[in-house]
Write a protein that binds this ligand. Structure first.
Ligand SMILES: Cc1cc2nc3c(=O)[nH]c(=O)nc-3n(C[C@H](O)[C@H](O)[C@H](O)COP(=O)(O)OP(=O)(O)OC[C@H]3O[C@@H](n4cnc5c(N)ncnc54)[C@H](O)[C@@H]3O)c2cc1C
Length: 392
């Protein structure tokens, strides 16, 4: 792969909106990605393998629980810092960002928000340091966009719960030490259970043959009469709103992360357009290529403003789920469009692993589907503005 010469675009001087701490956090993540992710990620993606050696680095840049309080091992940062870390990681690879997102927003967040003190003390420091990796089991083979229909269930057996069912498309599953699993009790109410590797009847087969997020491990979570200790239920929130609260946090991170992938594609195409000569001129001198680049930087700038404003609202606690949906949907579509245009600008080289663009492009096909599909987020906006439910 080519050396990482990335220079971040900042067309509207958005740095002026950031604090010194934001910039320090972002720059540390950026340097780490250049040093430890860019040189190896193409090979790992080609080999469909997660680079486990980067786990310590992810922990060191604060990517595991950026906004989780320091007393639990988190980085104790604000929401914009969290967003900037996700942006930088996804600039390297969406699969690596997925691992960090799941760990932070889908595993640490519910344990912090919905767990009790003993659960926080037991799990959060290990997850923050990367000693343990977590996964989040919501999606099932027959229930994706409609998780409320889940059939995974648990029964109260007196001194333990008995968990049965299966989850599919679960990031980090093949090597997770712990899983936050959403299942229905005998009354049909959804609860979160903490399931640990080693519990009898719990298996995590890997999902193969993915053309997307190849550097992120995906698998199933299978529960065959798993005895879950009673102290492993998350006591402070139940119902579908509990997993959806986690998804709000993860979707916010994706809205920022997608900007990183788009920036990398734009920056690569811009540099290439000045170096690649055709008809005796750099291709960047042709109007058609300039149109592509001008539209890319315009869309990136709009997405940056959306993400920054959402970060301010999220920090104040005023951002709604529907506002988060809008940013996730807009920014991922922006990134996927830029990846496609940037790939064309590199001609044949655009499909080569010498450059990151094709990998970003394939990765973003998962990002536009997981954490709520593109269409589902549109329906959420539609419901929000009309008050009319078009889901069913
Ligand atoms: C690489 C990867 C990693 C993932 N990681 C995780 C994870 O860690 N944890 C987890 O729980 N899940 C994870 N997922 C699952 C992901 O969240 C689901 O794939 C997603 O929610 C969509 O569900 P589905 O695939 O079953 O599609 P479906 O729900 O079957 O949707 C198929 C199509 O129908 C459309 N559709 C569905 N309902 C409606 C409707 N009412 N109106 C209009 N259109 C509709 C959808 O938009 C979509 O286009 C992951 C997925 C991938 C690909």
């Amino acid at each position: 792969m080519k050396p990482d010469l990335f220079e971040a675009p900042d067309y509207y001087n958005l740095d002026e909106l950031l604090t010194e701490e934001h910039k320090l956090v972002r720059d540390a993540a950026r340097e780490w990605v250049k040093r430890d992710v860019s040189p190896i990620i193409e090979d790992y993606a080609q080999n469909a393998e997660f680079p486990k050696q980067i786990v310590n680095g992810l922990a060191e840049i604060g990517a595991f629980g950026p906004y989780i309080p320091v007393e639990y091992g988190g980085a104790g940062l604000d929401q914009i810092s969290y967003g900037l870390i996700m942006q930088e990681i996804e600039r390297g690879d969406s699969g690596v960002r997925s691992t960090a997102s799941v760990q932070s927003s889908l595993v640490m967040y519910p344990i912090w928000k919905y767990g009790n003190e003993a659960q926080r003390q037991k799990y959060l420091p290990k997850l923050a340091s990367g000693e343990w990796i977590g996964s989040f089991g919501l999606t099932e083979p027959d229930h994706g966009s409609n998780p409320g229909g889940m059939v995974t269930n648990f029964k109260d057996m007196g001194d333990h719960y008995l968990l049965n069912g299966a989850k599919m498309w679960i990031s980090n599953a093949p090597f997770c030490n712990v899983a936050v699993v959403w299942a229905k009790n005998e009354e049909g109410r959804i609860h979160g259970l903490i399931v640990e590797r080693g519990m009898e009847g719990f298996t995590t087969p890997e999902t193969h043959n993915k053309w997307s997020l190849r550097a992120s491990a995906t698998g199933e979570l299978i529960f065959d009469n798993v005895k879950v200790p009673k102290e492993n239920i998350l006591p402070n929130k139940s119902g579908l709103g509990a997993p959806l609260g986690c998804l709000d946090s993860a979707r916010f991170g994706i809205a920022w992360g997608a900007i990183g992938a788009a920036m990398d594609c734009y920056d690569t195409a811009l540099r290439y357009s000045k170096e690649r000569l055709q008809f005796g001129k750099p291709i960047g001198q042709f109007q058609l290529q300039q149109k592509k680049l001008a539209e890319m930087i315009t869309e990136i700038t709009k997405a940056q403003l959306l993400a920054w404003r959402l970060g301010v609202m999220r920090e104040k606690g005023t951002a709604t789920s529907a506002q988060i949906s809008m940013a996730k949907r807009n920014n991922v579509e922006m990134a996927i469009n830029i990846a496609r245009e940037a790939r064309q600008m590199l001609g044949g080289m655009g499909i080569s692993g010498e450059y990151s663009i094709m990998r970003h492009s394939m990765n973003l096909e998962s990002v536009i589907t997981y954490e709520g599909t593109h269409d589902i987020h549109l329906l959420i906006t539609g419901l929000d503005i009309t008050g009319l439910n078009a889901f069913k």
